[in-house]
Design a protein around this ligand. Sequence first.
Ligand code: GCO
Ligand code: MG
Length: 411
Amino acid sequence: MKTGRNLAITDVRVIVSSPGRNFVTVKIVTESGIYGVGDATVNGREMAVATYLQEHVAPCLIGRNAHDIEDIWQYLYKGVYWRRGPINMACVGAVDMALWDIKGKAADLPVYELLGGKSRRAVTTYAHATGNDVTETLDQAARLISEGFQTIRLQSAVPGMEGSYGVMGDKKDYFEMQSSRPLPPEQPWSTRKYMNSVEDLFRQARARFGPDVQLLHDVHSRLTPIEAARLGKMLEPYDLLFLEDAVAAENQESYRIVRDHTTTPLAIGEVYNTIWDCKDLIQNQWIDYIRTAATHAGGITGLRRIADFAAIYHVRIAPHGAPDLSPICYAAQSHIGLWAPNFGIQEFVGFGSAQSAEVFRHDLRIENGMIHVGESAGLGVDFDEEAAARYPYKRSYLPVSRLEDGTLWSW
Ligand code: GCO
Ligand code: MG
């Protein structure tokens, strides 16, 4: 097998499959036969990414040296003229992951060794507890704690509000799965009802679990800055690890108001695409955790750059880990999590459905709430194209939110 300096790319395959849910996967093949895999899934917009990769990215990669990860990153970022954006950056991210996978296989080393080696034994995660009422959520949290998780995200249905974020309802796999519905479902939102119910969840949680368990909560961008400030203050007695996405922050300056009023640690970043999206938040120290994902923020190269920048300002990484991130992204983030000196925590909702396990084979293992990365060269995850062909793409949408008077709101 030829593994020398020049490893020409001979094929770029883009596969959209639905093993339990939709994933966009890229497979980059080199002349030596070594190939790498990357995740380009953008939830609810899968075909836009797949077309971008297939039509615009793949032809430009043929013949390039797969070892030139940085140059290819710049070529797909600066070189396209249209910088940033979720579709473009998911493609950059997927190609980047696949190239790191190839480099690891060519060097016969796991990717974390290429990044600088391990900074810790394993990658600490937080799990999700959700329920239709506080007791159901806390029973679920108790189960997770007994499995060894020490950090739990709590979400509970808001009384009198149908379809609260993070609650399973009648969904078997995950609360966001919408494939049985033809168009985006609409869910009502009431800030008042939410603000009047959320404190009770954390009061009961602390009373039941004591001070040692770490707790957190995702607001899913539904509050204004001053409302978020009030929520942060309200939750201070319950000592959260962080409050996630309290406010949508295209305008990063919004977080100044939240920060000025509360010591509850703040986290944001899952919808961000680049280091520029989080620059002001990080350098002004308005947040404590940056939650960008390898898939959505430019792959391993993008995330590594954000992590190093964040480290200067005491901000730690806490990468997004919802089920729409494929096991390839989980693997990439686990390698980064093992290496990054300022790693905080990894979101974890399981490694996916039984169908997904047929398609993505990986050597990650969860034990006592920590992800252990195997010793395989590269990312340690393979993609079975034949198995994927058994699960064709199904159009699927995320829900949208409206206030009770019908005004469109952040979902
Ligand atoms: C999380 C997220 C998810 C997102 C989803 C969108 O914290 O895990 O907020 O639940 O809504 O990944 O695609
Ligand atoms: Mg979130």
